[in-house]
Design a protein around this ligand. Structure first.
Ligand SMILES: [Cu+2]
Length: 135
């Protein structure tokens, strides 16, 4: 019956397409895991050139880039692009840097004079976290 054969072929092709799609998804997930040893997405990391000023956007309740690698002496400026108030506060005690509440388009800058890893967060939304690595 030609009708039956036609639908059988269609079904096989759909199954194959699904297998390929699953393989591609698995491959992508594998690559992300390999390229992501610190739990930060590679596309969320930015590496600065020496002495450059660097910007971190606060947008959609997120610091972007979430991880920024800079050299000693770099000034980092955070700018709030949300309509909600955010802060930028280092995780250490007392905090190495601490902004006031930032309204929309307000900025906060800090110059990193010492090498190290500086984790920080927004005190209003503690789930908002970021990291500056100073080399
Ligand atoms: Cu916030």
């Amino acid at each position: 019956m030609p009708q039956t054969r036609l639908s059988r072929t269609h079904q096989d092709r759909t199954g194959l397409t699904r297998s390929i799609a699953l393989a591609v998804i698995a491959l992508c997930c594998g690559l992300v895991l390999i390229a992501d040893p610190e739990g930060v997405q590679p596309w969320a990391t930015s590496i600065a050139q020496a002495g450059e000023a660097q910007d971190v956007a606060i947008h959609n309740y997120r610091f972007t880039p979430g991880m920024l690698i800079v050299s000693v002496g770099t000034t980092v400026t955070w700018t709030n692009r949300d309509f909600d108030v955010h802060t930028v506060v280092a995780d250490d005690t007392p905090p190495t840097f601490k902004s006031a509440g930032l309204d929309t388009d307000d900025s906060f800058s800090f110059t990193f004079h010492k090498a190290g890893t500086y984790s920080y967060h927004c005190s209003v939304h503690p789930h908002m976290t970021g990291k500056i690595v100073v080399r």
